[in-house]
Design a binder for this molecule. Structure first.
Ligand code: S3P
Length: 436
C-alpha cells in the first residue's frame, strides 16, 4: 500500500454542494469492535463496520490468530470470539498496514499473550513512534523489541506476567491509553491511566459494553485484570473525521446545503465543529440521539463566509485528526488563523503540518510553519500541484481545496484514501465535487 501511483485532480465547483449522505463507519470504533469481539466469549455482530484498509487489516490480524470472522455482507462482521486466552500464535508477522491504532492497540493485547508475535506496517507506519507504548508496557512487565528509535517492526515476547500500573500519559493519546488498558485486561492488579487532556473514550465505553468492570471519567480510566468479555452486538456510527471534509467543503462553496447522516458526535471527536463555528460556519446537529450507545446526529451544513481565528489549544485533542481539513478552511477564510499546541500532528500518518504547509504554499497561500502549528493567512487559492505524501486526510483536504481554487489542483499519492474512506471519490462527486 505505497499509494504512490494514484493522482487525483480536483476542479472548482460549478454549483452548490448538496445531498443527503452517510459517510462510512467510524474507524476508531471499528478497530475496537473487532478486537474486543475477538477476545470475548460468544458471538458478536458488528454492523456499520468500516470497510477501509486499516480496519480490514485489524480483522485479518485476528483471523490470523485463529478467530473466525464472517462477512455476511459489506460493513457487517460476525465475530466468533475466542475468549481472552483463546488466540493462537499467528504463522507470520501481523501487517497493520497504515494503521497506528491497529498497531498500538494490538501491541497492548499481544503483550498479554502466551506466544511471541511480530507487528509490521507500511512505509508511513514504520516511521511512527512506538516508544510511547513500549515504555509503559515494559513497566507492566512486557518485553517488546523495536528497531532503533522505538520504530516498527515490533517483536512482542509472550509468556510474560503483566502487572497493573498507575501511569500518567506524557502526551494526550487515546491509542496509548487503549494499549495500556488492553494489556491491563491480562495484568495482575489494577491499571490506572491518567491523561493530560481527555481523549476519545471508545475503549472505556466499549469494554463496559462487553461487560468488563471499568471506572472512567474525563481524563482517567481504571480497570483490574482477571475478568471476561461477554459478546455483544456493536452498531458503528458514521465517522466524524470522514464527515469533516464535507463540513469544510459545504461551508466554503456558496449556496451549499448538505446533510450528513448518523454522524458520531462524541464530544472527544467534535472539536472541529467548535472551531468551524468560531470561524462563522453554519452547522446544526439535527435529531441528536443514541446509536449503539454512542451519541449521533445528522449534521446539516450550509455555506457561510468563514473568518480566521486563534484555534483554542483546549480544542486540539478533540480535533486532532481534523487539522488537514481545518488548514484548508483557514486558507480560504478571511484573515489570519493561528494553530498552536498541535505538535502531535508531526507524528501522524505524515508530518501533517509540513505536508499541508507545503501543499498550500504551492497553491499561493501564505502560511508559516511553527513547531507545534501554523499561522495561515486566508485568501484566494490558486490551482497547482500538491503531494499528499500518502496521507489519506491530506489528500481529501486538498480535494476540498480544489472546489474553491482558481485553477485545477493535481494531488499526488492518493491511494491511501482507501485506508479510512473507501468510496470517497464517488460520494464526493455525488455531492458536487469535480474530482477524478
Ligand atoms: C485514535 C486516536 C488518535 C487519532 C487516530 C485514532 C484512536 O491518535 O489520531 O486517528 O482510534 O484511538 P492518538 O491517540 O495517538 O492521538
Amino acid at each position: 500500500m505505497s499509494g504512490g501511483n494514484e493522482t487525483w485532480t480536483s476542479r472548482r465547483a460549478v454549483a452548490a454542494l448538496g445531498g443527503d449522505v452517510r459517510v462510512p463507519g467510524d474507524k476508531s470504533i471499528s478497530h475496537r469492535a473487532v478486537m474486543f469481539a475477538a477476545l470475548a466469549d460468544g458471538v458478536s455482530q458488528v454492523s456499520g463496520f468500516l470497510e477501509g484498509e486499516d480496519t480490514r487489516a485489524t480483522a485479518r490480524a485476528f483471523s490470523a490468530m485463529g478467530v473466525r470472522i464472517e462477512q455476511p455482507s459489506a460493513s457487517v462482521r460476525i465475530v466468533h470470539g475466542a475468549g481472552l486466552h483463546g488466540l493462537h500464535a499467528p504463522a507470520a508477522a501481523i501487517d497493520c498496514g497504515n494503521a497506528g491504532t491497529g498497531m498500538r492497540l494490538l501491541t497492548g493485547i499481544l503483550a498479554g499473550q502466551a506466544f511471541d508475535s511480530t507487528l509490521i506496517g507500511d512505509e508511513s507506519l514504520s516511521r511512527r513512534p512506538m516508544r510511547r507504548v513500549i515504555e509503559p508496557l515494559t513497566r507492566m512487565g512486557a518485553q517488546i523489541a523495536s528497531e532503533d528509535g522505538g520504530l516498527p517492526p515490533l517483536r512482542v515476547h509472550g509468556g510474560r506476567e503483566l502487572r497493573g500500573i498507575d501511569y500518567a500519559l506524557p502526551v494526550a493519546s487515546a491509542q496509548v491509553k487503549s494499549a495500556l488498558l488492553l494489556a491491563g485486561l491480562y495484568a495482575k492488579g489494577e491499571t490506572t491511566i491518567r491523561e493530560p487532556h481527555p481523549t476519545r473514550d471508545y475503549t472505556e465505553r466499549m469494554l463496559a459494553a462487553f461487560g468488563w468492570p471499568i471506572a472512567f471519567s474525563a481524563g482517567t480510566a481504571s480497570l483490574a485484570g482477571g475478568h471476561a468479555l461477554r459478546a455483544t452486538d456493536i452498531v458503528v456510527p458514521a465517522d466524524f473525521s470522514s464527515a469533516a471534509f464535507f463540513l469544510v467543503a459545504a461551508s466554503l462553496v456558496p449556496g451549499s446545503d448538505l446533510l450528513l447522516r448518523d454522524v458520531g458526535i462524541n464530544p472527544r471527536r467534535t472539536g472541529l465543529l467548535d472551531a468551524l463555528r468560531l470561524m462563522g460556519a453554519d452547522i446544526t446537529a439535527e435529531d441528536p440521539r443514541e446509536l449503539g450507545g454512542e451519541a449521533v446526529a445528522d449534521l446539516r451544513v450550509r455555506h457561510a463566509p468563514l473568518h480566521g481565528v486563534n484555534v483554542p489549544e483546549a480544542l486540539v485533542p478533540d480535533m486532532i485528526d481534523e487539522f488537514p481539513a481545518l488548514f484548508v478552511a483557514a486558507a480560504a477564510a478571511s484573515g489570519t488563523t493561528r494553530i498552536s499546541g498541535a505538535s502531535e500532528l508531526r507524528v501522524k500518518e505524515s508530518d501533517r503540518i509540513a505536508v499541508m504547509a507545503r501543499g498550500l504554499r504551492a497553491l499561493g497561500v501564505r502560511i508559516e510553519e511553527t513547531p507545534d502549528g501554523a499561522i495561515i493567512e486566508g485568501g484566494r487559492l490558486a490551482g497547482g500541484e500538491v503531494d499528499s505524501a500518502g496521507d489519506h486526510r491530506c489528500a481529501m483536504s486538498f480535494a476540498v481545496a480544489g472546489l474553491i481554487a482558481d485553477g485545477a489542483i493535481h494531488i499526488a499519492d492518493c491511494a491511501n484514501v482507501a485506508t479510512s474512506f473507501p468510496g470517497f471519490l464517488a460520494l464526493a462527486n455525488g455531492c458536487g465535487f469535480r474530482l477524478g
